[in-house]
Design a protein around this ligand. Structure first.
Ligand SMILES: Cc1cc2nc3c(=O)[nH]c(=O)nc-3n(C[C@H](O)[C@H](O)[C@H](O)COP(=O)(O)OP(=O)(O)OC[C@H]3O[C@@H](n4cnc5c(N)ncnc54)[C@H](O)[C@@H]3O)c2cc1C
Length: 471
């Protein structure tokens, strides 16, 4: 379905009442980001009505709080949740505000039961099965139980990683993390050192330049680069591929090969568009981008080398070619006492007013420790649950993680399995084991997991085809 939400309008649908939460519910989803909402959609399709808890005042506020320049990394066509496309007025790459409003409209359209301003602060397994939740609402605590709890509290952006810099206490400049960066306009005419080689680092750097600051970049490790255009083609092909996987006999056997070829294409596209990248001093990781992401279990996603969204904005390569950005490599050796100087491990020294750490975020387990019973959090620390299945040791605990595109694939598998569990049915079978499929695809485990019925259809069709040939 395609809807047309008013641009940047504030939806007011979800209830903020606490009093009417029942003493026991079959299923609670913690977090109303895209992951939580898409699991809720899958459950609603199965005739269930989960309760969603969201600590922030509005659905989408996670995105509204991010830096102004932010536009989603994939095309609008790939950035939708199941059951609702973006409005026609949303540009090729949705801005953070477009996406926040989209999430709000999604809740309204599907009439989801989202409790805003409800923060889960304690989650305890019950000896009798199920879970007890303690939830803070307006300085009071609400306690109730649930058979199933889905943690959709976000993979990133919760706990910023701030590396300790030698000498930081006596350094004269300002040090902040990318979560505290709002716009390059706040740094006009300042010398700013951006630390990192991920998407935030490149975008913050370009934004600083566009707003009249003097940015430098410290790249501590080689990047897994992709171009916006290359990745857009990749996503378009995947959309076709999913259809082929379902309806063309035997196509799923070829999927790993096709995905590997596409992965090589991503690398080739960077070389084709930016042949002088190495000469400009930008290092590239030897592995292909999606393979690297799979090998790092999703912690090293590809970085857009462009720094633009669509054709808008300046690119990192342009800035380097024009000598408008100084590139440092290695690490910061020391921040020098009572000065604004920074000494790098390669012996170079630079003066800066501000350092912006685009150094990423702690894994989600760190955030879960703030509300999980210690027994459970220790078990999870030993073995991270798979992001699309029930936790083996703690039945009824599910984890919903992944980028926006995941919401239509892996998270729908999760929803179907969860719905089957709630109804006491057997969960739908899959042909490929999730770990194997993740390693093969490197994108989304749901994308390449084939339902058993598809395999049966494929086999019957192949037999019929062979029989026709034999005749
Ligand atoms: C700068 C930046 C840019 C990004 N760009 C992209 C992109 O272009 N494409 C992409 O796919 N991904 C992008 N990401 C990754 C992005 O964070 C995730 O894709 C997305 O936000 C994750 O969705 P989610 O639903 O899992 O988590 P979130 O969107 O983080 O939602 C989790 C929700 O849970 C709530 N919550 C947390 N703890 C509790 C609690 N104890 N009680 C109640 N509620 C709680 C939070 O308030 C939040 O609303 C970006 C991340 C950053 C930091």
């Amino acid at each position: 379905m395609r809807i047309f939400p008013a641009r940047h309008a504030r939806a007011t649908g979800p209830s903020e009442r606490a009093a009417d939460v029942p003493a026991h519910v079959p299923c609670v989803i913690v977090g109303a980001g895209h992951a939580g909402l898409s699991v809720a959609y899958g459950l609603q399709q199965a005739g269930l009505r989960p309760l969603l808890l969201e600590q922030l005042p509005q659905v989408g506020d996670v995105w509204r709080r991010r830096y102004q320049r932010l536009h989603l990394h994939h095309l609008t066509d790939a950035m939708y949740l199941p059951g609702m496309h973006h409005g026609a007025q949303v540009p090729e790459y949705p801005s953070r505000l477009d996406f926040a409003d989209y999430l709000q409209a999604y809740v309204l359209l599907h009439q989801m039961d989202v409790r805003l301003g409800h923060r889960l602060h304690r989650l305890t397994p019950l000896d009798t099965g199920g879970w007890e939740l303690q939830v803070s609402v307006n300085h009071t605590t609400l306690t109730f139980t649930a058979d199933h709890v889905v943690l959709a509290t976000g993979p990133t952006g919760v706990t910023p990683l701030r590396p300790e810099l030698k000498g930081q206490d006596h350094w004269r400049g300002r040090i902040l993390h990318s979560v505290d960066f709002d716009s390059g306009a706040d740094y006009r005419e300042q010398r700013v050192l951006v630390v990192g080689a991920g998407n935030s680092a490149i975008e913050v750097l370009c934004d600083l330049h566009d707003n009249g600051a003097e940015p430098s970049l410290l790249m501590r490790s080689p990047g897994s680069w992709v171009t916006r255009q290359g990745f857009a083609h990749y996503h378009r092909l995947l959309a076709v591929g999913r259809w082929l996987l379902t309806y063309v006999p035997g196509a799923w056997l070829l999927a790993p090969v096709v995905l590997r070829l596409l992965d090589h294409y991503l690398k080739y596209d960077v070389r084709r568009r930016y042949p002088d990248l190495a000469a400009l001093g930008v290092d590239t990781h030897p592995a292909t981008p999606m393979l690297r992401m799979a090998q790092s279990r999703g912690t090293r996603p590809p970085t857009y080398i462009d720094g633009t969204w669509g054709k808008v904005g300046v690119t990192l390569a342009e800035l380097l070619r024009a000598g408008k950005v100084t590139l440092y490599r290695g690490e910061i050796e020391q921040l020098q006492t009572d000065s604004r100087s920074v000494a790098f491990t390669d012996g170079r020294v630079g003066d800066f007013d501000t350092i912006i750490l685009c150094t990423g975020f702690a894994p989600p387990t760190e955030h879960w420790q703030t509300f999980l019973d210690s027994r459970v959090s220790q078990a999870i620390a030993r073995e991270m649950p798979q992001p699309w299945t029930e936790h083996a040791q703690f039945p009824g605990l599910w984890v919903a993680l992944g980028g926006v595109a995941t919401s239509r694939f892996a998270l729908q598998i999760l929803a179907r399995r969860l719905a089957a569990r709630i109804r006491g049915h057997r969960p739908p079978g899959r042909v490929l084991n999730p770990v194997v499929s993740f390693l093969l695809s490197g994108i989304d485990p749901g994308l390449i997991q084939i339902p058993r019925r598809t395999l049966i259809i494929n086999t019957l069709a192949a037999c019929a085809f062979a029989y026709l040939l034999w005749l």
